[in-house]
Design a protein around this ligand. Structure first.
Ligand code: 3PY
Length: 249
């Protein structure tokens, strides 16, 4: 039985004040009837603030990216060991905005993934196809390739205790969402891919859906057998919306 995970991806949003208020709102609304574990992925600069605010809370702290390097002359970068010092439990890697806007390659994503594993931080490996790729009918090949990049570089054991987030690029920040059936089809194909390497990893890996998940569509998506949670963009910035998604889990 896989635990549902609802993770907020705040992206480049928030102020000290708004984040404190958001976390207070989420903490006040979470209750035992919710069937999900909860995480928030903060911009780097707010990681210490969120760490302090979440002390004694069940909400886990995550970051949105990590350096592919351990230390050295890499201006502007933040390493996995630095994130570990601030109790980061999760970190996104390969979000489509990093892949497209910052030209991150599969190989770089795989290196970042390993950096996190080495520090005991759970990587959330984001994968997904563009609209063009979906129209060409190559969705599953694209997603498979993105996952194989990690397996080929670091072995299937690297995926133990990792999370995968399927985020169709055409559903990110567009208000468009994959239908539950479309998402389930890709999630099931990911599970089959993992199964071809290791049955236990296939059964235990949480595969989240991301891409405009909101209170209106969360229940139907989360009811799908291979959708184990959500990576939430815009709706994670409003406590009520985020809580409604946690409630739907
Ligand atoms: C979105 O929902 O837009 C996301 O990109 C979540 O990561």
């Amino acid at each position: 039985m896989r635990q549902t995970l609802i993770a907020g991806n705040w992206k480049l949003n928030g102020t000290k004040q708004s984040i404190i208020e958001l976390l207070a709102g989420i903490s006040a609304g979470l209750n035992n009837s919710m069937n999900a574990s909860v995480a928030v992925c903060a911009p780097y600069i707010y990681v210490p603030l969120v760490e302090t605010a979440l002390k004694d809370s069940d909400i886990s702290l995550g970051a949105q990216d990590v350096s592919a390097h351990t230390s050295g002359a890499y201006t502007g970068e933040v390493s996995a060991s630095m994130l570990a010092e601030f109790s980061c439990e999760y970190c996104l890697v390969g979000h489509s905005e990093r892949r497209s806007l910052h030209i991150e390659t599969d190989a770089e994503v795989a290196t970042k993934f390993k950096m996190l594993k080495d520090q005991g931080i759970t990587p959330v490996l984001c994968v997904g196809e563009s609209l063009e790729e979906r129209d060409q009918g190559v969705t599953e090949d694209v997603v498979k390739q993105q996952i194989l990049a990690v397996i080929d570089a670091h072995g299937i054991s690297a995926l133990e205790n990792a999370v995968i987030a399927y985020e169709p690029v055409w559903a990110i920040g567009t208000g468009r969402t994959a239908t539950p059936d479309q998402a389930q089809e890709v999630h099931a194909s990911i599970r089959v891919l993992l199964e071809s390497f290791d049955k236990t990893i296939a059964e235990t890996t949480q595969i989240l859906y991301g891409g405009s998940m909101n209170p209106a569509n969360a229940s139907a998506l989360l009811a799908m057998p291979d959708i184990d949670g959500g990576l939430i963009g815009g709706a994670s910035l409003k406590a009520d919306d985020f809580l409604a998604i946690c409630q739907a889990a």
